[in-house]
Design a protein around this ligand. Structure first.
Ligand SMILES: Cc1ncc(COP(=O)(O)O)c(C=O)c1O
Length: 390
């Protein structure tokens, strides 16, 4: 048989999906694994959003929509960006709607990358970034941030990784997996280097609404000099508990959106029509559901950070946003793959090994707190029971 795709052969599968799959298989075999590996909210999509989808289907939104998205959703996104992000975009030329933020990231990377271009990303990072860069023909270049200073972004750290082939920098705040929220000083550092080296910036704001303790999201596209070089990626999955609806978007200068639209229209055609109608209802409708879910994640964070730190041998930083904890196990000689394996087998608690988030995270495990308090309480009890053997 002839050789299959070398490019696809080179990229890893999704680590978080692998953990969730293992938990699913163990549960199917009669175990009681608490799955803290994935990033899927335990809330159901709010009723008024579901009702809008049913109404859309009944009203015939079951046909091909325009490839960039339906006008109602494009307008809702532009209004949301003006309202929440202080970013003005033209709905007809500067937004493309995608099946999930994941595809929006792929569109963004594919639209700016030529073979051999280096794409910088801040590490620890969501595990899909490096393979996505490779798939777009670019070379992934990690900018490693250190747990010693709570993963602070500095201009010097980014600058040290810039070369004359650098094309773009990917930034994710609130961050998966660290839970950090970018400060004004850190945003300034990103802007400084982007302007100095003429870099595009991909701003992944998917956890924008999940921020705790009066912090606020800073949208890089709103900062001086950044509108023409920022590609903002966002979506409905996390804030509105809509992971299965597959709904995200890319907002960027018109020329970039034009290229992204060629890729979408030649591959997936568009996102799902009725998902867009439901999402427009979500963005235009009452936002208390988002605030309520965020408040619930904050409570779970408070409980979990304290409970994990009370276990001997576990160290867990407080988090500022998103819904993941990223504890380490200072006394253990095991690496994160080994710890994850031990925890799923001995405690029946599934977490994602830190190594999936970058080379500097090898002693950490990521636990999602988008699970019920009941599951979180049980997982802490189990962790406390096995910790002495870690
Ligand atoms: C940082 C980050 N970006 C993007 C996504 C993609 O989200 P979706 O494709 O569900 O919109 C995720 C999902 O876990 C994420 O953690």
């Amino acid at each position: 048989m002839k050789e299959l795709s070398r490019l696809l052969g080179r990229i890893p599968g999704s680590a978080t999906m692998a953990v969730s799959e293992k938990a699913r298989q163990m549960n199917a075999a009669g175990k009681d694994v608490i799955a803290l590996g994935g990033g899927d909210p335990d809330f159901d999509t709010p009723d008024h959003i579901v009702a809008a989808a049913f109404a859309a289907i009944e009203n015939g939104a079951t046909h091909y929509p325009p490839s960039k998205g339906i006008p109602e959703m494009l307008t809702a996104i532009a209004a949301k960006m003006a309202r929440d992000n202080n970013v003005e975009v033209d709905p007809s030329s500067q937004i493309i709607i995608s099946p999930g933020a994941k595809w929006a990231l792929h569109l963004a990377l594919s639209s700016v990358t030529n073979p051999g271009d280096e794409i910088l990303y801040l590490e620890p990072c969501w595990p899909s970034y490096p393979p996505m860069i490779t798939l777009s023909g670019g070379t992934p270049v990690p900018v490693s941030l250190s747990p010693a200073d709570n993963y602070t972004i500095s201009a010097d750290a980014i600058r040290a990784c810039v070369s004359d082939r650098s094309k773009a920098l990917m930034v994710n705040s609130p961050n998966n997996p660290t839970g950090r929220v970018m400060t004004a000083e850190e945003a300034d550092a990103v802007v400084e280097v982007a302007l100095e080296h003429d870099l595009y910036v991909l701003a992944d704001e998917i956890y924008e609404h999940l921020i705790f303790d009066d912090r606020r999201n800073i949208s890089l596209a709103a900062l001086p000099g950044m509108a023409e070089r920022t590609l903002t990626i966002n979506g409905m999955s996390k804030a509105y508990a809509m992971t299965g609806w597959r709904m995200g978007w890319l907002a960027a200068p018109a020329q970039i959106v034009g290229l992204a639209n060629k890729l979408s229209s030649q591959t997936i055609s568009s996102a799902a029509n009725f998902s867009m109608h439901a999402s427009a209802a979500a963005l235009n409708g009452p936002q208390d559901c988002v605030a309520e879910m965020c408040a619930s994640y904050a409570k779970r964070r408070d409980f979990m950070v304290e409970a994990l730190n009370a276990i001997d041998g576990v160290h867990c930083r407080d988090i500022e946003g998103a819904f993941y904890l990223f504890p380490s196990f200072p006394g253990s000689a095991r690496d994160s793959l080994d710890v994850a394996q031990f925890l799923i087998e001995e405690a029946e608690v599934a977490g994602t090994p830190g190594i999936a988030f970058g080379s500097t995270s090898g002693s950490h495990i990521r636990f999602s707190i988008a699970r019920s308090m009941y599951d979180l309480e049980r997982s802490v009890e189990r962790l406390a029971r096995v910790a002495p053997r870690l």
